[in-house]
Design a protein around this ligand. Structure first.
Ligand SMILES: [Zn+2]
Ligand SMILES: [Zn+2]
Length: 408
């Protein structure tokens, strides 16, 4: 009897899985049209006006989707209503970059000096495609999905703007938030996952080193801020190497030094700027303190006034919730094959998806968009995502969202 019940239950479970590939196939052509239009019409951060109009018009044609009014700037928020059940969120970023496209694609950018060089056209179109697939089966969908089309990822401002504007307010707090970034480090048909910290706190510091100006021939009558700045560069480089636990990732890079006017004049001051990348909050705070004490010590040893510091805390580190990652990887392996469910190590780049993940458990994976053997990087004039990734993305995203709702 138990065995019969088990078989019946198993049969019910198997038949409950919608025919995702057929649904993807029937919605693919329209979604490729979206992708090409979006690729042709890239717009810069917080200026995505035509993009927003296109997304709005497109979404209004998809049954079962409600557009949510709000102060989203050039962003857009919508809910696909399924059966009564949990709410989860999907995020797609929508901005392009100030790069002149050089891909030779027939649907290349028509906007001078602006390009979807980070592949956000793939993010948007796959989201629209997955929306269509899930809209087709909304009567079976075990919950609802909040779709966040976020502007200004490239400036690190957009996610913060959406949260401040209340994207998660008024009963819209999701149980988790998911997203992908298309990525040429993975081939088309692969996904990449990184459990735990995956992106960094993107912080910066501006240090004004004060000295006492004078003639370059008589340095003993001056306090030379150029020499102090040089020592500070080496001192800062030693912080990560000698003072931070190697298990806690950190990077300091001095990217800009400005001072002086002429070879034989010792200037009054030198201004230096550095990027500071960390993962956890403790290291983030600790490293700022170490920078301060290192600079103060070096300046003091040279008999210089105290340097001034301006710290800028930017996009926070992205933490991929390990439980969510494990669940999603089951879907990747099932849909794409276990060999295509890849992983990647934590990086020190930034992504403001992390802001959503600070509110609810989040996971951003990578969707492979490199045709086999192609060497490409994001943010380059010849970056072009393999268009096959659109259909694959639709399949992965729609199954992933369905699966997440089913688990809750
Ligand atoms: Zn980018
Ligand atoms: Zn991007």
């Amino acid at each position: 009897m138990t065995r019969v019940l088990f078989i019946l239950l198993l049969a019910a479970t198997v038949t409950a899985q919608p025919a995702f590939q057929e649904l993807v196939d029937s919605n693919l052509e329209q979604t490729i049209t979206d992708r090409r239009w979006l690729h042709t019409n890239p717009e810069l951060s917080n200026q995505e006006f035509n993009t927003q109009t296109y997304l709005r018009d497109t979404i209004l044609e998809i049954p079962g989707i409600e557009l949510i009014d709000g102060d989203w700037g050039t962003g857009l928020v919508a809910i696909l209503h399924g059966k009564p059940g949990p709410l989860i969120a999907w995020r797609a970023d929508i901005d392009g970059l100030p790069i002149t496209e050089d891909t030779g694609l027939p649907f290349s950018s028509i906007n001078d000096g602006v390009m979807h060089a980070c592949g956000h056209d793939i993010h948007m179109s796959v989201a629209l495609g997955a929306m269509r697939v899930l809209s087709d089966i909304r009567d079976e969908l075990p919950g609802s999905i909040l779709w966040i089309f976020q502007p200004a990822e490239e400036t690190g401002a957009g996610a913060f703007q959406m949260i401040e504007a209340g994207v998660f307010d008024d009963g819209r707090l999701p149980e988790c938030v998911l997203a992908f970034h298309d990525h040429p480090t993975f081939n088309t048909g692969e996904t990449g996952s990184c459990s735990g910290w995956s992106t960094a706190n993107v912080d910066a510091v501006k240090i004004t080193v004060h000295g006492k100006g004078g003639h370059g021939a008589y340095p003993h009558k001056s306090v030379d801020p150029v020499t102090i700045a040089a020592q500070i560069v080496l001192g800062l480089n030693s912080i990560v190497a000698r003072q931070i636990d190697v298990n806690n990732h950190a990077v300091i890079s001095v990217g800009k030094i400005n001072g002086g006017t002429k070879s034989n004049i010792i200037p009054d001051k030198v201004i230096m700027e550095a990027t500071i990348r960390t993962h956890d909050e403790k290291t983030r705070n600790e490293i700022q303190e170490r920078i301060r004490t290192t600079c103060l010590g070096i300046a003091s040893a040279a008999g210089a006034p105290e340097p001034e510091f301006e710290f800028f805390n930017g996009t926070p580190g992205g933490y991929n919730n390990p439980e969510l990652v494990a669940q999603c990887r089951e879907v990747f392996a099932r849909v794409l094959g276990p060999e295509n469910d890849q992983t990647y190590p934590p990086g020190m780049g930034g992504e403001d998806f992390s802001r959503f993940g600070q509110v609810v458990p989040g996971f951003q994976f990578r969707l492979g968009v490199a045709p086999e053997g192609k060497d490409m990087t994001l943010h380059s004039p010849n970056f072009h995502a393999d268009e096959k990734s659109v259909g694959i993305g639709m399949r992965v995203v729609s199954e992933l969202l369905f699966d997440q709702l089913s688990r809750r």
